[in-house]
Design a protein around this ligand. Structure first.
Ligand SMILES: Cc1ncc(COP(=O)(O)O)c(C=O)c1O
Length: 395
């Protein structure tokens, strides 16, 4: 009988709405791009898009649409199979090869999302005898992946190397079999970069594995865009990279795990979210592979992204806004107060700019902010317009 559950859900949904936590889904009727056509209460509006993970502007691009068309014609729409039955086409193997080469790892394995990659990763080869050391601000997919695994869990304070070391020491003393450190490469709410060199040093000292979720870095962080491990100078020292094709690498969907050979081999044998879920649609596999080739031939996209990012951060700081110091196109404009943040986000929309405000419990209480995401698609005038709108609305 649904009646009692229905009453409970209605009460809980009302509580969510009353607390101002309802997640409104705005409807877009254009491609993803520099401008997006958004349905608003005042009708359809073309807005400057500053809240997508479309860092390099590929998501709605003609080049990717053409590549997707080609992939669709060649490989068909779907495979109606998991990988190990009849769901592996040459295009999947090719994507895995390209991905491993792109991030500089021995091998890679493709998933239908980074969420499913992270959900399946830990339980594939860690168990009760092992310890996972995880940053307190890691992404939900890592948190849930760890929950599915029987390993002991040590949550270290965000980017706190002394606390991580304390956890490693305790695990060492207790004679744990495998110690696995896992961190986001870039944390999505603050745009801060994990101290991977220090993490790798600790991993060497305590013989721990290093796993990095680089979803907000693959394609544009580091000299060649390989990711945070390239930026931090630890290309050979990180053991595993998990990431998404759903952000800078084309923005559709799909995820991957790249790493040491035996780890990838074991995931093919044991990873439940890989084994028991359909193959990545071949059109995505083909287009994600194209995106990586395309980026290798177009370094100007990364250059433009960084030019825009640095300019925006500098202008906002000069205008007196609190913008945490970091080098990433995720730029949180810290406002503190939740109501002020929501008002400002609405005001930005009225100014023709699409940004999102985040408040508690998505971010800590009193740390409400508007999270701006910079893209290579923005022109200098767009960034000026963005800064001017913030200044105007601050009053
Ligand atoms: C750090 C991080 N990991 C994993 C994911 C999940 O990526 P996907 O959309 O491919 O499931 C996200 C997406 O929000 C993310 O930010």
């Amino acid at each position: 009988m649904y009646t009692s559950l229905q009453a409970r859900l209605k009460t809980e949904l009302k509580a969510i709405a009353d607390a101002g936590l309802h997640k409104e889904e705005r409807v877009i009727s254009s491609r993803q791009g520099r401008m997006v056509r958004v349905q608003t209460a005042d009708g359809t509006k073309d807005l400057l898009n500053c809240c997508a993970n479309n860092y390099l502007g590929l998501s709605g691009s003609d080049e990717l649409v053409a590549a997707a068309r080609e992939g669709l014609e060649k490989y068909g729409y779907g495979l109606s199979s998991v990988r190990f039955i009849c769901g592996t086409q040459d295009v999947h193997k090719e994507l895995e090869r390209k991905t491993a080469a792109f991030v500089g790892m021995a091998d890679a394995i493709v998933f239908s999302s980074a969420m499913t990659a992270n959900m399946g990763f830990f339980s594939a080869f860690l168990g009760e005898e092992d310890t996972i050391l995880t940053d307190a601000s890691n992404h939900a997919s890592i948190i849930d992946g760890i929950r599915l695994c029987k390993a002991e869990r040590y949550i270290y304070k965000h980017m706190d190397m002394a606390d991580l070391e304390a956890g490693l020491q305790a695990a060492q003393k207790a004679g744990r079999r495998t110690k696995c450190i896992v961190t986001d490469g870039v944390f999505s709410m603050d745009g801060d970069v994990a101290p991977l060199a220090a993490i790798c040093d600790l991993a060497d000292t305590y013989e721990a594995l290093v796993v990095v979720d680089d979803s907000h870095a693959t394609g544009f962080m580091g000299a060649e865009g390989r990711g945070t491990h390239e930026l931090c100078g630890v290309l050979e020292r990180v053991d595993v990279i998990t990431s998404t094709y759903g952000k800078a690498l084309g923005g559709a969907c799909g995820g991957f795990i790249a790493g040491r050979q035996e780890i990838i081999d074991m995931l093919r044998e044991r990873c439940r979210t890989y084994l028991f879920s359909n193959s990545l649609p071949p059109v995505i596999a083909h287009t994600a592979g194209f995106a990586m080739d395309y980026l290798a031939g177009h370094p100007e996209l990364r250059a433009k992204l960084w030019e825009n990012t640095r300019y925006f951060r500098k202008q906002m700081q000069a205008a007196g806004f609190t913008v945490p110091v970091s080098e990433h196109p995720i730029v949180p404009v810290m406002l503190g107060d939740a109501r002020k943040t929501q008002e400002m986000a609405r005001g930005m929309m009225a100014e023709g700019i699409y940004v999102i405000g985040f408040s508690y419990p998505v971010v800590p209480e009193g740390k409400a902010r508007i999270r701006v995401q910079i893209s290579s698609l923005l022109a200098r005038e767009d960034v000026d317009r963005l800064v001017a709108a913030f200044v105007k609305l601050r009053g």
